[in-house]
Design a protein around this ligand. Structure first.
Ligand SMILES: [Fe+2]
Length: 256
């Protein structure tokens, strides 16, 4: 029987290098990424769609973007992405679209729509903060108004609500405006992000904000305590009636 839901695999903050031995905070991010893919294959069903919420390449290299497209070919499903603060837009767009990786910033399902939002407007060198442009906010509103019967997911790199755990209250400079904008668009049910390399579930005004562990390095908490958290990914089931389920799976790479 055909399922009454669509399955979405979220991967985030891969931080890959051209060099297979490349390390980010002592983590071989390429090895972790491959182990993540193997874990998905072994423990979950085939996703219908893959979304990547930024920081695909730590060094911004075209080799890293090629490697990701090649590795995800095994799923034979569409892959959508947004770029993070570590990415190199020119190199990413030099490589993509490629294989199953699309450069479209919108995906429509029968009952849901996913809007891929750029949160890197007016980047400031060496700043981890993002910004969403007025043009992006207008694009989101126009899409939602064009498809009023669809539930909406926003996928963006930077975490939007305050989470207080990294010593940075907010990750987006115009966070107040963006949150207010989203709250006026009632079809938005989920905002999924990466960037903070930690898992969060924050529900505000009927919108569920989710951040997802990196497939590689996990950031420390504000207290700088080592959490021993391991890489992970998020799974979403989007039901035709607007209900959704989600969970985060962790990969015990250190033990393998
Ligand atoms: Fe990152």
């Amino acid at each position: 029987m055909k399922h009454d839901y669509t399955t979405v695999l979220q991967l985030t903050d891969l931080h890959l290098f051209a060099d297979p031995a490349g390390l980010f905070n002592n983590v071989n991010t390429r090895d972790c990424f491959i182990k993540t893919i193997i874990h998905v294959q072994q423990h979950y069903e085939q996703p219908d769609l893959i979304i990547i919420t930024g920081d695909l390449a730590h060094d911004g290299s075209t080799e890293a973007y090629h490697f990701i497209a090649e590795a995800l070919k095994i799923f034979s499903v569409p892959v959508y992405y947004v770029l993070g603060n570590h990415d190199h837009p020119e190199n990413a767009y030099q490589v993509y679209p490629l294989e199953f990786v699309s450069t479209d910033k919108y995906h429509s399902l029968k009952h849901w729509q996913i809007i891929f939002v750029d949160s890197n407007d007016q980047p400031i060198q060496d700043s981890y903060e993002g910004e969403v442009s007025q043009a992006e906010l207008q694009r989101i509103k126009a899409l939602i108004e064009s498809y009023p019967d669809k539930w909406t997911i926003i996928a963006m790199h930077h975490n939007l609500p305050a989470h207080y755990d990294r010593g940075i209250d907010y990750e987006i400079r115009n966070h107040q405006q963006v949150i207010q904008w989203f709250e006026q668009l009632p079809s938005i049910k989920l905002v999924v992000s990466g960037h903070v390399h930690q898992e969060f579930v924050i529900i505000q005004q009927g919108i569920c904000y989710l951040s997802t562990p990196s497939t590689g390095y996990q950031s420390l908490s504000k207290s700088k305590c080592i959490t021993n958290d391991v890489p992970g990914y998020r799974w979403l089931k989007l039901y035709n009636n607007g209900r959704f389920e989600t969970d985060v799976r962790r990969i015990n790479v250190w033990a393998s």
